[in-house]
Write a protein that binds this ligand. Structure first.
Ligand code: ADP
Ligand code: NI
Length: 217
């Protein structure tokens, strides 16, 4: 199988597995991340588009948020790529991406290494921002049974992955605990530019949200 076929087969496999998911981690999230990753990679000289695409397609294949296990995504990716006879060097790189793509808390260090991984991480973060980011945050909060907002419960900047994982409150807090921090955390030139625009849109949205909440609009 050539590289294009491997990418195509992987896309079909992920689509089949993730199509109906209800928290904004469905196939269409993966599809957007895939497209954004290709878009960002165009401006990142020397990045390997094959690794970028496989990393983007597999990045949420078995997310810790749903499996409860941090390693399950990389394990499942490895199994799939071995089945397709992908070379071991590529498998290592893709598994590193899947394992390290996720946000782990505001005061934690990014463990992602390699140009391709930094591109995929930016593409994933972009889908957490802007109009789609807002929709995904409330979809996720709804699935977890969380309120939209509670003015008495303040956001926390988590210092560890464990604290972040267990610390979810109402969905407006998620903007302060993650989404509004992403603009400053972007890795690539293209990612930074796109994040800035989406960040501004979300800040405008929050202003309006509070105005309506307080009977001022
Ligand atoms: P990451 O791996 O960085 O968490 P994902 O692509 O798996 O990125 O999905 C992250 C998205 O899931 C967030 O941008 C948000 O839309 C949603 N999400 C995760 N945690 C929460 C939360 N506590 N409240 C609301 N939405 C959340
Ligand atoms: Ni994702």
């Amino acid at each position: 199988m050539d590289k294009d076929q491997i990418v195509r087969r992987t896309a079909e496999h992920v689509k089949e597995k993730m199509l109906g998911e209800g928290t904004g981690h469905d196939w269409w999230h993966v599809y957007r991340v895939w497209q954004n990753a290709k878009r960002i990679a165009r401006y990142e000289k020397g990045s390997d588009l094959y690794i970028v695409q496989l990393g983007a397609l597999l990045h949420d294949i078995s997310d810790w948020k749903f499996s409860g296990d941090e390693n399950s995504g990389a394990l499942e990716s490895r199994k799939w790529l071995e089945k397709l006879d992908v070379d071991p060097g590529t498998i290592e790189k893709v598994c590193h991406i899947v394992k390290n793509v996720s946000f782990r808390g505001a005061r934690t260090r990014n463990r992602m290494r390699g140009r391709e991984g930094l591109i995929v991480q930016d593409a994933d973060r972009l889908d957490a921002l802007g109009a789609i980011g807002i929709a995904r945050a409330f979809a996720y909060g709804g699935k977890k049974g969380r309120p939209l907002y509670d003015p008495s419960v303040k956001p926390v900047l988590h210092g560890s992955f464990a604290a972040y994982k267990n610390g979810g409150t109402h969905t407006i807090n998620h903007f302060y605990e993650k989404l509004l921090l992403l603009r400053e955390m972007m890795n690539t030139t293209g990612g930074k530019r796109l994040a800035k625009e989406r960040d501004a849109y979300m800040r405008g949205y929050l202003k309006r949200f509070y105005a309506e909440w307080n009977g001022k609009a």
